[in-house]
Design a protein around this ligand. Structure first.
Ligand SMILES: Cc1ncc(COP(=O)(O)O)c(C=O)c1O
Length: 363
């Protein structure tokens, strides 16, 4: 978290204007800076969280009373992705990810769009672990959605700062793309997020949804709208964090690379493109599920906070009963073997060695 003086340097603008939310000076400046960083024409709406951002983005692209109500979503993601679908009054259809990159499988996406034609309201793909999907994959999503006439929203919650294999930053995908500034994210404000949209009309609907459904003249244009606005204090924190974001990214990438170094020779696997990720996490695929269990068992004794990741959403009791496209074998396999290695901007060399010693322990 940036220090109080750096935050106050921005928040003073709100104090001077006596304006603490609703398109205040900090939120507007933040949006301008975030969009500028992406380097292409894009509109930004600051929101109160990634989850509310997903909700308003979905409503903005789908409309108020859609006839088609299904949203295709990966099962291998955090529960917030599907919560946003359900809160938007829509129904998830769970899809598998690809073993090659752990993002939504373009091949299966084409299949399900064909098989469920007429029922799909939107596709909600994810930048898994905040890592940017390879350009060929994101283009395949966009092509498949365009061919089916279905809007594409991308949940890149942990991905602000990540770049794909062609060097393009996350934030420019689909009809709308959503990022989070939660305390655990590389660009962190405690709570917060942003919705990016390249089309003016989509951006305008996102802004309306974010502000009770009111239009620019404060006339009710859509109902029900929502309150997803980012407060000025959160915008000030995000602005201050953005000033040192390059240093944050470099620190995280360097430490993540040190954690990963040489582990592939010991059977671990990492997400392709991880070196260009903003690195919220260091996801590591253990050689086997049994090896993962042994490591988790030994982690406490080694004083390493090793964690697992998302269980498949479609198998969680409150989410059973929604449609699933196939058996989702990749999701099951990744969920059974995935480990989260601890990462922090200031992780020391000794701490990195302690984590690595655990991962390399004799069986
Ligand atoms: C994939 C994904 N989507 C959405 C969210 C929700 O973001 P927020 O916590 O800002 O609501 C998260 C949060 O961790 C996430 O990992």
């Amino acid at each position: 978290m940036p220090g109080a003086e750096r935050i106050e340097g921005y928040f003073k603008r709100s104090r001077d204007a006596h304006w603490y939310s609703n398109d205040g000076p900090c939120a507007n400046l933040l949006c301008a800076r975030l969009a500028e960083r992406l380097g292409e024409e894009v509109r930004c709406t600051a929101v109160s969280s990634g989850t509310t951002g997903l909700m308003v983005a979905l409503r903005a692209v789908v409309g108020e009373r859609p006839r088609a109500r299904e949203v295709i979503v990966p099962s291998f993601t955090y529960v917030a992705t599907v919560s946003a679908v359900l809160w938007s009054g829509l129904t998830p259809v769970f899809l598998d990810v690809s073993p090659d990159h752990w993002h939504l499988s373009p091949q299966e996406l084409r299949e399900v769009l064909e098989r469920r034609a007429g029922r799909i309201a939107a596709v909600l793909a994810c930048s898994t672990f905040g890592c940017a999907p390879p350009r060929a994959v994101s283009e395949a999503w966009e092509r498949a959605c365009a061919a089916a006439g279905v809007p594409l929203v991308v949940d890149s919650a942990a991905g602000f700062g990540s770049r794909d294999d062609a060097g393009r930053p996350l934030g420019l995908l689909g009809d709308a793309e959503v990022v989070s500034f939660h305390a655990t994210k590389p660009l962190a404000a405690g709570e917060g997020g942003a919705v990016f949209a390249r089309e003016e009309a989509v951006a305008r609907r996102v802004a309306r949804q974010t502000t009770f459904g009111l239009d620019e003249q404060r006339v009710l244009a859509e109902a029900p709208g929502f309150n997803a606005k980012m407060s000025e204090i959160h915008a000030a924190i995000t602005l201050a964090a953005l000033d040192s974001f390059e240093t944050t990214l470099a620190a995280r990438r360097e430490r993540a690379a040190a954690l990963r170094a040489g582990l592939e020779d010991h059977g671990y696997r990492f997400q392709p493109g991880a070196e260009r990720s903003a690195c919220q996490f260091v996801p590591a695929l253990a050689p086997t599920a049994a090896r993962r269990a042994a490591l988790l068992g030994a982690a406490d004794r080694a004083a390493v906070q090793l964690r697992t990741y998302h269980e498949p959403l479609h198998l969680m009791p409150p989410l059973r009963g929604y449609a699933v496209h196939g058996e989702l074998p990749v999701t099951r396999e990744l969920s059974a073997r995935m480990l989260s290695l601890p990462l922090a901007n200031d992780l020391t060399d000794a701490e990195i060695e302690r984590v690595r010693a655990l991962l390399l322990m004799q069986r």
